[in-house]
Design a protein around this ligand. Structure first.
Ligand SMILES: Nc1nc2c(c(=O)[nH]1)N=C([C@H](O)[C@H](O)COP(=O)(O)OP(=O)(O)OP(=O)(O)O)CN2
Ligand SMILES: [Zn+2]
Length: 136
């Protein structure tokens, strides 16, 4: 019997949508106010889903305490109250759109979860803007 368990988390972070090979004018044209050179912030809301089978012995798919700890170590500690462009190494070379942040989070969590499970990441950048990434 396959099903999915979820853990929610959140972090606050500053960012700027920006491509360094473009001029400020082109960045402004494409990314609008999100390219403000002085940065701006979001309250990101994250949902991580783990899909697999129930262990008949424990009744757990996986222990949600362990998932909570992985999210804390891989996402909350490195991203919360940070400037993503400046302080988070992954975004020195990647534009921190909500799509790309979700892919980065998925890749970080993938390395910590047994390959027998599927992973999904839902990331809200604002209450109305969000993305879902399942690894393909
Ligand atoms: N495909 C994407 N489009 C946009 C992204 C993104 O990451 N991927 N990001 C932004 C901005 O960073 C930000 O998310 C938009 O902020 P804002 O306009 O304030 O947010 P809302 O649309 O939710 O606000 P409204 O009140 O609904 O206008 C832009 N685009
Ligand atoms: Zn933004």
């Amino acid at each position: 019997m396959s099903l999915t368990v979820y853990r929610k988390a959140h972090f606050n972070a500053a960012h700027r949508l920006f491509k360094k090979e473009w001029s400020d004018a082109k960045n402004l044209e494409i990314f609008g106010k999100c390219s403000n050179p002085n940065y701006h912030g979001h309250n990101y809301e994250l949902e991580v889903g783990i899909t697999g089978d129930i262990d008949p012995e424990t009744g757990f798919l996986m222990d949600l305490k362990i998932l909570r700890q992985i999210i804390e170590e891989e996402v909350e500690t490195p991203f919360d109250h940070k400037n993503l462009n400046i302080e988070v190494p992954e975004f020195k070379s990647l534009n921190p759109t909500v799509e790309i942040i979700a892919v980065v989070i998925w890749n970080k969590i993938r390395t910590r979860i047994d390959s027998k499970y599927k992973i999904s990441v839902k990331l809200y950048e604002t209450p109305r803007n969000f993305v879902v990434y399942n690894g393909h």
